[in-house]
Design a protein around this ligand. Structure first.
Ligand SMILES: [Zn+2]
Length: 415
């Protein structure tokens, strides 16, 4: 079975996670999907296939090298999808031999994917694309990763002539709501290193993510009948506006790129008596993120100076850190991925991710974990698509990585 055929099958599982549910997994659909994947892995012939009480699926591919003393490598993908776009009744459709230009996704509703919106489409001319009908996501983020890992497993089981050490597979719930690594049992997973397979185009090898924090602000006003408000009313909603103006106006997601960090107002609600503002703060550089937290604290001080102590209260929390620090000491993770991408005729592409991956957290939990491309694009939207040939390449890539580690002894990887 080819990876894209699995992706089509998996797209039928409505596995959106739900940040309002405190349980793990946050939705039953993820458990159902995990159980279906576990059955598939057992049928393929994998061992130690388990779905734990938190919905994490782990499995093993036995090594086939005598006296192997090299690294145990893991491959990880997430089972959930975002719930911000429709995620049920997905109708994947293949476009063979894409000719370039706009893609009509839905004639009835007149929905087209515009070439002018997608710079990457030029690279996909002549390829087979898997698209939606323009009204739902596809779920390639990250079911393309799952499809590729399982197709790799099937290939390794069916081709014992490909030599490799023991390989671990991990499928996680709730990545899209930032909890994918929370209950990941790194010790039980038992790999020395892993790759998340959760990126964009084939050839992507990512080991730099944002450092991330959140700032939750509460503003308390003083509600008084507007007729008698003069010099007495403190309108919390107005103060919230002022607070936001105290932050650097151009350091927002809509004005930044590359290594530029930002302050992002993700939620704002309030009335006269109270207001809440939620921000996320991001920067690849840890010191710059620390400085951003300081700016938020200073803005709180300024509001309190103007309107009285306790008017504004902030809670700042760290979310995840740039994985670079944890991955760089194990440079072989990057070098081997690069070599294998090149061996398949690709060009490795490393860009700093303007976000995080499960791997950022896992790297700090003791499992260094760069991220690989899956051959899919436009994640988190109705224009999401996957390239069938790139999905094959990504599958071949992780087979090659497993093989490459099989050839290396302990000495190399300890370097
Ligand atoms: Zn993802």
């Amino acid at each position: 079975m080819r990876a894209y055929e699995r992706l089509i099958k998996y797209a039928a599982f409505p596995t959106a996670s739900d940040e309002n549910c405190p349980q793990c997994p946050s939705t039953h659909a993820q458990t159902a999907f995990a159980n279906a994947l576990a059955d598939e892995l057992r049928t393929i012939g994998l061992c130690d296939v388990t779905v734990d009480e938190n919905g994490y699926l782990f499995a093993s591919i036995d090594g086939n090298i005598d006296n192997y003393d090299g690294a145990v490598i893991g491959f990880i993908a997430h089972m959930d999808v975002v719930d911000v776009v429709p995620f049920t009744d997905i109708k994947p459709r293949l476009i063979e031999n894409y000719r370039g230009g706009d893609i009509l996704l839905n004639a009835e509703k007149n929905i087209s994917l515009l070439e002018s919106d997608c710079a990457f489409l030029g690279d996909l001319v002549g390829k087979t694309l898997l698209v939606t009908d323009g009204t739902t996501l596809l779920g390639a983020d990250d079911k393309a990763g799952i499809a590729e890992i399982i197709t790799m497993a099937e290939n390794l089981v069916n081709h014992p002539e490909i030599k490799h050490g023991p390989i671990r597979i991990g499928f996680t719930p709730d990545e899209e709501i930032g909890r994918g690594a929370d209950l990941f049992d790194v010790k039980r997973f038992g790999a020395d290193f892993a790759y998340t397979v959760d990126g964009g185009s084939f050839g992507g090898v990512v080991y730099e993510t944002f450092n991330a924090a959140s700032a939750d602000l509460t503003i308390t006003g003083k509600s008084i009948h507007p007729g008698a408000g003069k010099n007495a009313m403190l309108n919390a909603a107005r103060i919230a506006e002022q607070f936001d103006m105290l932050l650097p106006q151009l350091e927002r997601p809509e004005y930044t790129e590359g290594y530029e960090g930002f302050y992002h107002l993700i939620e704002m609600k309030g009335d006269v008596s109270s207001a809440k503002l939620r921000y996320i703060l991001r920067d690849h550089d840890w010191d710059k993120l620390t400085a951003k937290k300081e700016v938020v604290r200073k803005a709180v001080e300024e509001i309190n100076r103007r309107y009285g102590e306790g008017t504004a209260v902030v809670e700042i929390r760290d979310s995840y850190r740039n994985m670079r620090e944890m991955v760089e000491p194990h440079r072989h993770l990057i070098n081997i991925a690069y070599e294998c991408v090149r061996a398949l005729g690709g060009t490795p592409v490393t860009v700093p991710v303007r976000g995080g991956t499960d791997g950022s957290r896992l790297s700090y939990m003791g499992l260094p974990c760069p991220n690989l491309g899956t051959g899919s694009y436009n994640h988190h939207g109705c224009f999401e698509l996957a390239c069938v040939e790139q999905m094959d390449d990504c599958t071949e890539l992780i087979i090659k990585i497993a093989e490459a580690y099989g050839k290396l002894g302990k000495d190399y990887i300890n370097k």
